[in-house]
Design a protein around this ligand. Structure first.
Ligand SMILES: Cc1ncc(COP(=O)(O)O)c(C=O)c1O
Length: 406
């Protein structure tokens, strides 16, 4: 036999421009500190603070006992798809057709399938910034280009006018995330109507990421873009059970898409995971049948934590706007710490053992901020805030300029 070439093939060029979440890198540093025996006050995560409801766990046990362990249709079991259909028609007011629900492995796979369905190399995607970090990578995975639209500037100068300045002949999609990670901001109905009118008038599609639809604590309720006139045929709505039901590790979500996009989304799911695990789907049926009242208790817990952390951070020198949704505070870094969010996050981890995510990770508009999750035990909030104040006060009283003194 002839000797084989020593050449080893390169990794696909697709990965050249696709990053790996910096939030994971923060988590790895925290793990290192914990392994070395340090106490760390952890605010870097993004998970509900409570455990999955018992009835959901029991539904999975029952599915296992009934041997519901075989392949399911890759777009979802009929029982789950009809529960999803009823939910989106009544709660989200989306006029979804019978075939539209597609079950996916969490919001991440839903977004992956949606971007894969719509994007060709060179296409451009408008997205407000700050944004949830993986989205730009999901877009570049398809060879497309994220075009950032600063949310604050758009509000100051007019949303449609600002979007119009970013549109080119290659623009195809607008990615939409309200309530927003990382800011906890919710766009008003008037703003959503303006964005949808712009999208429709420009011949674009919208990918609507509604991961935090249930976690709004005050003010106007959630509005799904696909519920507005003329929008269902150009909207792919992505939902997840992760945040609403404390099911982050189960990997369950669903996509609602108009007819022309259903087949490619199903194909993307088929050839990536061939569906969601069958027992998990039975647990999801139970989740969707839960009475909405259970969420009110959880939301009271979130509100309490949000306010406790916001007050504590203010007392420690941060400028905090209290958000009305999601799981995060996104305060400005105190002036004495500078505006480099990576340096500030590293400094807080080293000195106060407080873990946060640098705002820059959420786009250039996030620079100068840190993301703190308030979905943590109340003791963590108390201990973390005390640690931030401790870092501040000994230095302040010794006449040395404290890193946190403003
Ligand atoms: C804005 C946003 N969209 C989607 C997701 C995806 O969540 P999952 O894949 O757990 O459903 C997350 C998770 O943090 C998120 O913050």
């Amino acid at each position: 036999m002839k000797s084989t070439s020593a050449r080893i093939p390169d990794v696909s060029r697709r990965f050249d421009s696709v990053g790996f979440s910096e939030i994971v890198q923060v988590r790895n540093r925290v793990m290192g500190l914990l392994a070395a025996g340090h106490e760390v006050h952890r605010f870097e995560g993004g998970e509900p603070y409570m455990t999955t409801p018992e009835t959901i766990k029991r539904a999975m046990e029952s599915a296992l006992a009934r041997n519901q362990t075989r392949y399911a249709p890759s777009s979802g079991i009929p029982e789950l798809r009809s529960a999803i259909l009823a939910k989106v028609r009544t709660k989200n007011r989306i006029p979804a057709d019978e075939e539209s629900p597609i079950v996916v492995n969490g919001g991440m796979q839903g977004l992956f399938a949606a971007f894969s369905t719509l994007l060709d190399p060179g296409d451009e995607v408008l997205m407000f910034s700050p944004y949830w970090t993986p989205v730009t990578d999901l877009i570049t995975w398809s060879g497309a280009v994220p075009v950032l639209v600063p949310t604050e500037r758009a509000r100051e100068r007019g949303i449609s006018a600002t979007l119009a300045r970013s549109v080119t002949p290659r623009t195809k999609v607008l990615y939409w995330n309200s309530p927003n990670n990382p800011t906890g901001d919710v766009f008003s109905r008037r703003e959503i109507e303006e964005v949808c009118a712009f999208v429709a008038g420009s011949g674009l599609a919208i990918i609507s990421d509604e991961a935090y639809e249930d976690l709004i604590y005050e003010g106007e309720p959630h509005v799904s873009p696909a519920s507005l006139p003329g929008m269902p045929e150009r909207t792919i709505s992505v939902f997840t059970l992760s945040k609403s039901y404390s099911m982050t590790g189960w990997r369950a979500g669903y996509v609602i898409a108009p007819e022309r996009y259903q087949s490619p989304i199903r194909t993307a799911v088929l050839y990536s995971t061939n569906g969601v695990s069958t027992p998990t789907q039975w647990a999801a049926v139970e989740a969707l049948s839960m009475r909405p009242e259970f969420l009110e208790e959880w939301k009271a817990g979130y509100r309490r934590r949000r306010d406790q952390l916001a007050d504590g951070l203010r007392a420690a020198g941060f400028e905090v706007e209290t958000p009305r949704a999601a799981l995060y505070l996104f305060p400005k870094i105190p002036a004495s710490l500078g505006t480099d969010s990576r340096a500030a996050a590293a400094m807080l981890l080293d000195t106060a053992r407080v873990a946060t995510v640098p705002g820059l990770v959420f786009g250039p508009e996030g620079e100068g901020h840190l993301r703190f999750s308030f979905s943590v035990p109340e003791e963590t909030i108390a201990a973390g805030v005390a640690s931030l104040k401790r870092v501040r006060s000994p230095l302040a009283t010794s006449g040395v300029r404290s890193p946190l003194a403003t």
